[in-house]
Ligand binder design. Structure first.
Ligand SMILES: [Zn+2]
Length: 102
C-alpha cells in the first residue's frame, strides 16, 4: 500500500498544482539512499503532467520494458519460427519411429 499522498512538485512546476501522488520504495542507490517511485492514488505509475500532455496515461506493463515495436515483431516472428521448427522436428521424429516399426 502506498503511504501518504503528497503534492507532486514536478507537476506543480509544470503548471499543475495539487496533483497528489504517493511514493513506493523501489530500492536503494549505491550510497544506501532510498529510491522512491511516484505512484498515483490508484497504484499506477505516476507520469508527470506537462502542458503538452496534461492527462498522461500510464503505459501498459508490456510496453514499458524499452522494447520497440520492431523488436517486438521480430521477437514474435522468431518465436513463431522456433515453434514451427519444433513441429517439423516432431514430425521427423514421428516419421522415423514409424519407419523403424517392425
Ligand atoms: Zn508529477
Amino acid at each position: 500500500m502506498t503511504a501518504n499522498l503528497k503534492e507532486c512538485f514536478r507537476c506543480r512546476d509544470n503548471g499543475f498544482p495539487n496533483t497528489m501522488v504517493g511514493f513506493r520504495k523501489i530500492g536503494e542507490d549505491a550510497t544506501g539512499k532510498a529510491l522512491w517511485k511516484p505512484v498515483q492514488s490508484d497504484g499506477k505509475d505516476h507520469i508527470h503532467k506537462t502542458k503538452e500532455n496534461p492527462n498522461p496515461q500510464p503505459q501498459p506493463e508490456q510496453e514499458s520494458n524499452g522494447e520497440s515495436r520492431e523488436d517486438k515483431i521480430e521477437r514474435l516472428a522468431l518465436a513463431k519460427i522456433e515453434a514451427l521448427n519444433n513441429i517439423a522436428k516432431a514430425i521427423d521424429k514421428f516419421a522415423e519411429v514409424m519407419r523403424n516399426k517392425p
